[in-house]
Design a protein around this ligand. Structure first.
Ligand code: HEC
Ligand code: HEC
Length: 160
């Protein structure tokens, strides 16, 4: 039987499945859900998904401004809960060193998992190179043009 659509569909399910696994493995190292994370899921995912949050890397002041601005738009969150949420946002989506690779990291490398294991990993350039090849094999849509920029950014900022 000729089913030209079968391959892309299978490929897509495999990719999604992979992402879900990586996501749950990377995202939930603790048995108890952080109260800030609960607030995030309850108050921040109704108008948009979490993408704008995952692609921001801000300090506590930056997140406070964002949360206030979202409350202005209609986000429902109690005043007393704001510090808890801001603390969680700063921990999970904290600032990153500036540099040409930062946007690539935020846009590409947050698609399947958080940046935790990247930020806590000190590696040589060679090891980062190997890791990026590994991520390409996992399906990371990292372009040929962006590859060396990101490699230099990682090797410079996250050294052994
Ligand atoms: C009532 C709807 C609504 C809720 C709830 C909401 N947002 Fe937003 N958010 C928006 C809109 C609309 C934009 C696009 C803003 C723009 O383009 O000016 C946005 C954009 C953003 C951005 C991108 C940066 C920016 O300022 O444009 C971030 C980050 C963000 N939201 C975080 C959050 C967080 C954190 C929460 C939970 C506290 C949240 N949002 C809840 C409506 C909402
Ligand atoms: C298409 C999904 C996907 C994207 C996009 C992605 N990764 Fe991954 N990543 C994975 C999977 C799946 C694992 C777990 C595989 C493993 O542990 O071998 C993982 C694990 C990791 C780890 C932990 C590996 C270890 O040995 O501890 C790091 C670090 C990492 N990714 C970095 C990155 C970087 C940097 C990018 C951006 C170029 C990126 N990832 C983009 C799927 C992805």
């Amino acid at each position: 039987m000729n089913r030209p659509w079968a391959t892309p569909v299978l490929w897509l399910s495999a990719t999604l499945c992979c992402c879900t696994l990586a996501f749950s493995a990377g995202q939930r190292p603790l048995p108890a859900v952080d109260p800030g994370e609960k607030l995030l899921n309850a108050a921040c995912a109704s108008c948009h998904d979490l993408r704008p949050i995952e692609t921001s890397a801000l300090d506590s002041d930056g997140w406070t401004k964002i949360v206030n601005s979202m409350m202005g738009k209609g986000a429902e969150i109690k005043k007393d809960d704001v510090p808890v949420l801001v603390k969680y946002l700063t921990k999970a989506y904290g600032p990153l060193p500036d540099g040409p690779g930062k946007t690539i990291l935020l846009n590409i490398c947050t698609q399947c998992h958080t940046l935790d294991r990247i930020k806590t990993r000190g590696s040589t350039r060679g090891e980062w190179d190997e890791l990026l090849m590994h991520m390409l094999n996992e399906g990371a849509p990292l372009s040929e043009e962006d590859y060396p920029v990101l490699l230099t950014y990682l090797a410079r900022n996250f050294q052994p």
